[in-house]
Design a protein around this ligand. Structure first.
Ligand code: HEC
Length: 352
């Protein structure tokens, strides 16, 4: 009985806690892996939004340039900021209005350069129109743009990457400018045909505003994940605690049942033995009674027979009590614990 107690009480809870730790480890791993995965998704989303912003800027450049080219260039008054374009070799580059204002022809690239200056001042977008074969030396590509232009010649339609410009993180995106019908008026001399890659525009978007949004998203995600982790861990611990209590209770009940069954077996056995003993005891008692009647009252053996009778009565009392045993009462003896038949047979009396 004692050996059983030791094994059941120490070994089951340990296995339960091992399960709990296992579940918590798997949960933590799941949380960490999905957090890393989702932050990765958020990060690539940030880059993608910056790309979309750059593409939008590029597309609007292409549209107003196409408008300009469709007119073969447009006229604007000559000012300090808008001097005549020395690279534009055309008749009627400057014209005079009847009231004496000088107008100069603005070709698409010139217009683009001025628009990029405005964009740089207002949005911090840096735009650059360039070509591997530039008419204007300052339109020459930097190494990154050269690389992109070479890729366009090979069929690439867009090049983008994260670059550090003036110590600030930027997304750089470049797309090609394709020669259209309107472009030939000025670029046919260089040998360009419709569909040729005339050059490209690179747009650099500062990442800071996008990163601010990204950080806020990652903080929110992290808080949700910490919350989920805590719920998972406390749920597991709580579950294990209740499960453990349940198992302990069940075990206790099983233990009692087992004890009861064992006792029942012993009692049945005892009952059978008592039943068997009762008859011989009655025989002894009856015969001794007859012997007493046969003897003279003051015969020296009478006293001895009476003593035998006393002992036999004591024995039959014991066997009768044994049959009545319903509870498990024990008495301490030098040899160990023994059932106290007298106590155990007293029905209805609560155990000490
Ligand atoms: C009215 C004349 C004119 C038209 C039309 C014109 N361009 Fe240009 N383009 C120029 C001149 C002049 C330059 C060089 C100086 C500058 O930057 O303004 C230039 C420059 C460029 C550049 C920059 C690289 C370089 O050579 O310096 C690209 C790219 C370009 N043009 C593409 C086009 C495309 C594409 C079209 C058609 C949609 C077009 N151009 C229409 C006159 C023109």
């Amino acid at each position: 009985m004692e050996k059983d107690d030791k094994t059941t009480k120490s070994y089951k809870p340990i296995r339960l806690w091992a399960y709990a730790i296992g579940i918590i480890c798997i949960w933590t791993l799941f949380i960490v892996v999905s957090w890393v995965w989702l932050t990765q998704v958020i990060r690539s989303g940030t880059i993608e939004t910056a790309r979309i912003e750059a593409r939008t800027a590029f597309r609007s450049d292409v549209i107003y340039r196409r408008w300009n080219a469709s007119h073969g260039g447009v006229y604007a008054p000559v000012t300090l900021e808008t001097p005549p374009n020395a690279y534009l070799a055309t008749r009627h580059r400057e014209i005079q209005t009847p009231d004496g204002i000088t107008l100069t022809k603005i070709n698409p690239a010139y217009m683009t350069r001025q628009a990029h200056e405005i964009a740089a001042k207002t949005h911090g977008h840096k735009g650059h129109i360039t070509s591997l074969n530039p008419i204007r030396a300052r339109n020459a590509p930097d190494p990154w743009e050269t690389h992109a232009l070479i890729l366009f010649e090979k069929g690439e339609t867009e090049v983008s990457s994260l670059e550090i410009i003036n110590k600030i993180n930027h997304l750089r995106l470049m797309r090609p400018l394709i020669t259209e019908k309107g472009c030939l008026a000025c670029h046919a001399d260089q040998g360009y045909k419709i569909g040729d890659i005339r050059g490209g525009i690179s747009i650099s978007i500062p990442m800071a505003p996008h990163v601010t949004i990204e950080k806020a998203n990652i903080i929110t995600l992290s808080l949700i994940y910490v919350f989920l982790w805590i719920i998972g861990v406390s749920g597991t611990l709580l579950g294990m605690f209740f499960l453990n209590r349940q198992i302990q209770r069940r075990h206790h009940v099983e233990e009692q049942l087992l004890q009861h069954q064992k006792m029942e077996g012993v009692m049945e056995m005892a009952g059978a033995v008592c039943h068997e003993l009762n008859q011989p005891l009655q025989m002894i008692l009856g015969n001794s009674e007859i012997m007493l009647l046969d003897l003279e009252p003051d015969h020296p053996l009478s006293e001895r027979i009476r003593r035998i009778q006393e002992q036999v009565k004591r024995m039959s009392r014991t066997t009768r009590n044994l049959i009545k045993i319903t509870r498990y009462e024990t008495k301490q003896f030098p040899q160990g614990t023994v059932i106290d038949i007298d106590m155990a047979s007293k029905i209805g009396k609560p155990p000490k």
